[in-house]
Design a protein around this ligand. Structure first.
Ligand code: NAP
Length: 254
């Protein structure tokens, strides 16, 4: 029996990396999936690939900072698949690598808007649709950066990702009584286009791998499996958590 049979999910940031891996896994586990990001060709390829394996998916291209896109994602989930049970608000960007004293206000705002405001807009429109179904599971992709580690050069990203944990806890408290769970997922270093953009030399890759107790980065499928746990009834008593799936980067000292 597929774990997500009969469920409907939204996955943002689905054109690559963690979002793509999670959309594929949710679909394999029986969910109908609305996938979103800005790059339409990548989304179309993903939808076709899911369909070719017998899954159900539809693409909605758009920018996560646009409230109309957040509304459209929910409308498509309801119109095409009958409702909404699960949302992985995962679109994100590290932004420029620079010390806090060098961050221009527009770049600060851009990084907060993509990561934090994007997740807020998603949740704002997803929660009412989940309430209509009697509950659901919201997941916000945060990070170890800003929560357990202060990484030089990542001030705006860290603030946004830590802010997502605060938002997670408020949503969990506001809507828990009505069946909506909300959890933050905190990946460690993960081998995705974004991860490779940061870890772009053998020296930096070795440094990043060494930060983790497991001495390697994650494969996106390993993060997707944690998202599946949070999305499914296997985590029915888990809400308001900031769940590290980080290969021990947050506890490693050697
Ligand atoms: P990725 O492969 O670069 O994926 C990022 C996704 O976000 C892409 O699908 C991208 O799609 C989408 N996106 C970016 N800006 C967007 C915008 N303005 N509007 C709509 N979509 C946007 O990176 P990833 O590593 O899988 O990252 C996924 C999430 O995990 C992010 O929130 C990231 O911060 C978090 N994370 C990653 C790591 C890591 O080491 N990789 C560690 C901790 C947390 P388009 O470009 O097509 O719009």
């Amino acid at each position: 029996m597929s774990i997500l049979a009969g469920k409907v999910a939204i996955v943002t940031g689905a054109s690559s990396g963690i979002g793509e891996a999670t959309a594929r896994l949710f679909a394999r586990e029986g969910a109908a999936v609305v996938v979103s990001a800005r790059r339409e060709p990548e989304l179309d390829r993903l939808v076709h690939s899911i369909a070719s394996q017998g899954g159900r998916a539809v693409a909605v291209a758009g920018d996560v900072r646009d409230e109309a896109v957040a509304e459209r994602l929910v409308a498509v989930a309801v119109d095409r698949f009958g409702g909404l049970d699960i949302a992985l608000n995962n679109a994100g960007s590290v932004g420029d690598n620079e010390p806090v004293t060098e961050i221009a206000l527009d770049r600060w705002r851009a990084t907060l808007e993509i990561n934090l405001t994007g997740a807020f807009l998603g949740a704002k429109h997803q929660i009412p649709a989940m309430l209509d179904r009697g509950g659901g599971s919201l997941i916000l992709t945060s990070s170890f950066v800003g929560h357990t580690i202060g990484m030089p050069g990542m001030g705006a990203y860290a603030a946004a990702k830590a802010g997502m944990i605060g938002l997670t806890r408020v949503i969990a408290a506001e809507f828990g009584a009505r069946g909506v769970r909300c959890n933050a997922l905190l990946p460690g270093g993960t081998d995705t286009p974004a991860g490779r953009e940061f870890a772009n030399t053998p020296e930096i890759i070795a440094f990043v791998e060494g930060m983790h107790a497991l001495k390697r980065m994650a494969h996106p499928d390993e993060i997707a499996r944690a998202a599946l746990f949070l999305a499914s009834d296997a985590s029915s008593f888990v809400t308001g958590s900031a769940m590290p799936v980080d290969g021990g980067v947050s506890i490693n000292k050697a």
